[in-house]
Design a binder for this molecule. Sequence first.
Ligand code: RIB
Ligand code: CA
Length: 314
Amino acid sequence: MTNPRKIIIDTDPGQDDAVAILLALASPEELEVLGLSVVAGNVPIAMTSRNARVVCELAGRPDLAVYEGATRPLLRAPVTAEHVHGRTGLDGAEVDEPVMPVVPQHSVDFLIETLRREPSGTVTICTLGPQTNLAMALQRAPDIAPRIREVVMMGGGLFEGGNITPAAEFNIYVDPHASKLVFSSGIPIVVLPLDVTHQLLTTKARMDRIGAIGSRVSEVVTGWLQFFERFDVEKYGSDGGPLHDPSVIAYLLKPELFSGRVCNIEIETASELTMGMTVVDWWRVTGRQANATFLRTVDADGFFELLTERLARL
Ligand code: RIB
Ligand code: CA
């Protein structure tokens, strides 16, 4: 058994972020979560911070370090998604207010100090929301870039288009300047885009299997996802909604569930019409330097089997 992979989860909970965090905390043999770094995104940071701590306590991990980071994007005005996630960001289930405190250190300082302390190439950064914290850390401490093993991120889209505008996916749209900086950093990047997450639908059969676990965690997760999916079910007319962020953790646990290709990805920051678009050179027509692995296919049943099995452990 190899040592667990060290990860930092940067997140804007959000019901789907919450399930991703639960999946990671249910997998201690494979993943060592060094801390949660929260960012404003789906809801303002006071709520993403509260929500991250709700999830930690639900998972029986009130010891986990939670850090608060950027309250707004680098340059653009804040954009939130209460229309999808509800006012709290975790609408859909009754939960206790968290008792655990946040760690009184800014996320950016936590990222920099951790990456300078841990052996180079051993820490993976998982971003589940706008990439503001990571971008600020790279701006303030460029020396950390080569020390990061990999950035594994939920964001972007190509053949699926966008979900907040016709061209852009929410995480990138909220802070396109941050993502532009990340994609030009030279850090190895793996992208879980809408092209993958739109295949991960919370169908009734899959939700029934999670509900059948019969635990407090499964009860809360079922409530969260039934609330979360309603917007996309209405929009796409699908059986269930796309489960975005847990795909990042599932990739770390079982990469063989996914496939894609290394190619060049640029981020639109000039045009309001396509602001935040991930311009993915999938057919390699530009000759631009490849800078990321863009995943496009996933074994959806295998993903939900993994998720359900791990949630049952909590
Ligand atoms: O576009 C989906 C992404 O935006 C997910 O990470 C969801 O939580 C929101 O942050
Ligand atoms: Ca998210």
